[in-house]
Design a protein around this ligand. Structure first.
Ligand SMILES: [Fe+2]
Length: 187
């Protein structure tokens, strides 16, 4: 279930609050300048081996709206499976706190993962699942954990895919927070 959990950035062992209410999650994240939507997945499940083109076609209307709103020029599809030979390296790529100079936009067609947003003195862990659209604004500190056995298909939108690189903050706090799939205490 999609869940938003808030911690103090210096107290990862104790969640302060959590919510699984979509309207509450949208409101909380909007107040932080973070976009979140729940899209109907009545078109899903797409066949497990659906091509990227078929997936993009199924969500063409939503993608067009986001492109209009956010100025994104490109959309693609990324798929990770639990037996992916490079899953460990891919998991490690963005598991440390970083920023991008443009928005990070992800829609989960299937499966899930955990985004973490470090805003002010709080860390917000968002457990995403099928139907969730997240827009992390440019320059927001964040990280992403797909777990040790990743399983998700996601649409990504870019302003400029060539410029989509992580700027790592060097803050080691991501290792102190519960990883995707690990339980959290409190709230
Ligand atoms: Fe990122």
């Amino acid at each position: 279930m999609t869940t938003l959990i808030r911690y103090r950035d210096d107290a990862p062992q104790q969640a302060l609050e959590s919510s699984t209410d979509g309207a509450v999650i949208i409101e909380r994240l909007a107040a932080l300048g973070v976009g979140f939507e729940r899209w109907s997945t009545s078109r899903s499940p797409l066949p497990a081996a659906a091509s990227a083109d078929a997936i993009l076609a199924a969500y063409a209307a939503e993608i067009a709206r986001l492109r209009e709103q956010g100025g994104y020029t490109t959309a693609d599809v990324v798929r990770l499976t639990p037996d992916h030979p490079e899953r460990e390296a891919l998991r490690g790529k963005f598991i440390e706190e970083h920023t991008h100079s443009e928005d990070e936009v992800r829609f989960f067609v299937e499966g899930g993962g955990a985004f973490y947003l470090h805003i002010g003195d709080s860390v917000y862990q968002l457990l995403c699942e099928r139907g969730d659209l997240l827009r992390v604004p440019a320059n927001a500190r964040h990280w992403f954990d797909m777990g040790p056995r990743p399983r998700f298909t996601a649409i990504r939108l870019f302003t400029d895919p060539a410029g989509w690189v992580g700027h790592f903050t060097g803050d080691g706090l991501s290792a102190r927070f519960p990883r995707y799939g690990e339980p959290y205490a409190g709230a």
